[in-house]
Design a protein around this ligand. Structure first.
Ligand SMILES: [Zn+2]
Length: 397
């Protein structure tokens, strides 16, 4: 719905004068386009007729609304400010069970590449690089934050991210646009505020305790094996040596998490209602409105995917209800039971089979949580591929 005009409008920007002539039948979006492509500074119409001034004011508002609306979703990503994010994530249904929130910086692109209006282009650039250069199926991260405090969505939350080798199951990955190593980009107040509020909101939404087992920095994991070594060997500096005063575990505990804890809302403890966890063994598993393969699929949430751990609230005729309050069911035969366990030793090796003779392929550290799905000789498989850990060093819940 756009108004037609027949007028000549003179516009002064701070340094320039431009005349736009619009013939009867031209859409006002043409004018909006000229403004947005040529000028971003405030402008003042060179007219004295009050009616015309109010018409222009109305049109300016309309243009703004159109522009904002167009910019909300583009190239498959959605842009929000932190307040919009807080509302959106509260009502979003997520079947994957989340245990960790990862913090990263993008390093490149960084602040020099951010022009104030190229969020989508930068995000698309990262996605293309991840697909074409890294060979991934999609952009690696779930979210990117920007220097102006806005957030763009990336990979679906129903899929594991591709952000920390060996540590992506049950994780949410956030990339913060910038290079936050000492002496590089100086994080803006807007981005800082968004990172704190976003981390707090994710901890609230997914019932995560605010500690260094749930909120993790890339720096704490060995780059090749994914072993958590708290930054002692073969690590990236990510999310930056100056990220909230440092990238060490102690920096996170002393300088970042206190900011997060202050605004984290206490959540109702849901674990009492969960009767068990189940890991998806099919590539894609539909969610249906009844415990019956002929019932319709739910329309307001995405199907779940291989490796996701679901929370089961009811079991009926070989089907699992995965929502606390709604009729949302998956066929149990496409899942295996999963058990939540906490690592009780300083270093728990991950091996390619159930025994110490199998190759080491990573490690977890004390206090980390993981899901196990199969038991053999007192060893547990922890994913759909061949990753095993000894039960001796696990506390099952
Ligand atoms: Zn990283």
């Amino acid at each position: 719905m756009l108004t037609h005009v027949n007028s000549e409008i003179t516009v002064f920007t701070r340094c320039h004068k431009r005349v736009f002539t619009l013939a009867n039948g031209h859409f006002l979006s043409i004018l909006a386009l000229q403004f947005t492509t040529g000028y971003s500074a405030p402008f003042f119409p060179n007219v004295t007729n009050p009616n015309f001034i109010s018409l222009l004011a109305g049109l300016a508002l309309l243009f703004l609304l159109i522009i904002l609306h167009i910019m909300t979703t583009k190239l498959g990503f959605t842009k929000m400010d932190i307040q919009e994010f807080e509302t959106w994530i509260t009502s979003l249904k997520v079947a994957r069970t989340i245990l960790t929130v990862q913090q990263h910086h993008t390093y490149n692109p960084a602040y020099a590449q951010f022009k104030g209006n190229n969020h989508f282009e930068l995000q698309k650039g990262m996605k293309d690089y991840h697909i074409n250069h890294n060979g991934w199926a999609d952009i690696g991260q779930h979210f990117t934050t920007f220097p102006d405090g806005t957030i763009l969505t990336g990979r679906s939350l129903e899929k594991s991210p591709a952000c920390i080798t060996g540590q992506n199951a049950n994780a949410i990955c956030i990339e913060h646009l910038g290079n936050f190593d000492t002496g590089k980009d100086n994080m803006t107040i807007e981005q800082r505020d968004t990172i704190v509020r976003m981390t707090a909101k994710l901890c609230t939404r997914f019932s995560l305790p605010v500690n260094t087992n749930s909120v993790v920095y890339h720096h704490w994991f060995d780059l090749s094996s994914g072993q958590r070594n708290n930054g002692s060997k073969n690590n990236k500096s990510c999310p930056g040596t100056a990220f909230f005063g440092g990238n060490k575990v102690s920096d996170c505990q002393d300088k970042f998490l206190p900011l997060v804890s202050i605004i984290t809302q206490p959540t109702a403890q849901l674990t009492g209602q969960i009767i068990k966890y189940a890991m998806v063994t099919a590539d894609t598993l539909n969610i249906r409105t009844q415990p019956d393969a002929n019932s319709p699929k739910v329309t307001d949430r995405a199907a779940v995917t291989l490796g996701a751990v679901l929370r089961v609230y009811e079991e009926k005729n070989g089907w699992y209800r995965i929502s606390t309050s709604q009729q949302q069911w998956v066929a149990a035969k496409y899942t295996v039971d999963a058990k939540l366990a906490t690592v009780s030793t300083n270093t728990l090796n991950v091996r390619s089979g159930p025994g110490t003779s199998f190759d080491k392929s990573g490690a977890f550290a004390k206090g980390q949580e993981l899901f196990t799905v199969e038991q053999q000789n007192n060893w547990s498989r922890i994913a759909m591929d061949n990753k095993w850990v000894s039960n001796v060093f696990l506390d099952f819940k």
